[in-house]
Design a protein around this ligand. Structure first.
Ligand SMILES: [Zn+2]
Length: 196
């Protein structure tokens, strides 16, 4: 698959940068940055490229230990009733804190029969929208609020169309919850947890 090949190239590029100054901008999708941070620290990269604890990315679910991504039905692209699953489901206990993955601005919050309590935030630096669904309660955030990476945006629940407590997490390219979704799992598996 072409995507895998691209990711492989990015990872190789990141590794080649360890101990040195980047010769070229990294891909903007965030792959490999946590590795880069661990190896050389944020100062070795241009500000817009670096992972820092201040600007993210960080994992959207704050749990102890390993993270439960469920089975194949929880994956991006899994078939649903009449459509395709456009996010990755992440399983943990009800009330588990949900975290802003990057510095972002709140695009919208709401509650409907499908999404349940949801919030969508947008990172201008990444030009990505992150959507959190089925939250326990309405998000305390309001449209236009600025949220720093690592801040709580809500809590895991099972509101809306939900078959068991989980976060439905989407990443969309561009600004808005109707933009093109991408598979969040490769990024989720790399993003570090935020300590409490
Ligand atoms: Zn889902």
């Amino acid at each position: 698959m072409a995507g895998s090949a691209v990711l492989g190239v990015v990872a190789t590029t990141v590794l080649s940068l360890i101990g040195g100054v980047p010769l070229a901008p990294l891909d903007s999708d965030g792959i490999g940055r946590s590795r880069n941070l661990a190896a050389v620290g944020p100062a070795a990269l241009p500000t817009s490229q670096a992972i820092t604890s201040e600007s993210g990315p960080v994992h959207p679910v704050r749990v102890e230990g390993s993270i439960d991504y469920g089975d194949s039905g929880a994956r991006f692209g899994a078939s649903r009733w009449g459509h395709v699953h456009e996010g990755q489901d992440v399983f943990a206990n009800s009330g588990t804190p949900l975290i802003a993955v990057r510095d972002a601005v709140v695009l919208e919050t709401g509650n409907d029969g499908g999404r349940g309590n949801y919030v969508a935030v947008y990172s201008a630096a990444e030009d990505q929208t992150y959507v959190y669904m089925h939250m326990l309660r309405p998000s305390p955030l309001k449209r236009g609020d600025e949220v720093p990476a690592g801040a709580e945006v809500g809590a895991m629940g099972c509101s809306g169309s939900c078959y068991g407590t989980h976060l439905h997490f989407e990443i969309r390219t561009g600004k808005g919850i109707e933009k093109k979704p991408v598979d969040p799992l490769p990024m989720l598996q790399r993003w570090p947890q935020v300590p409490e």
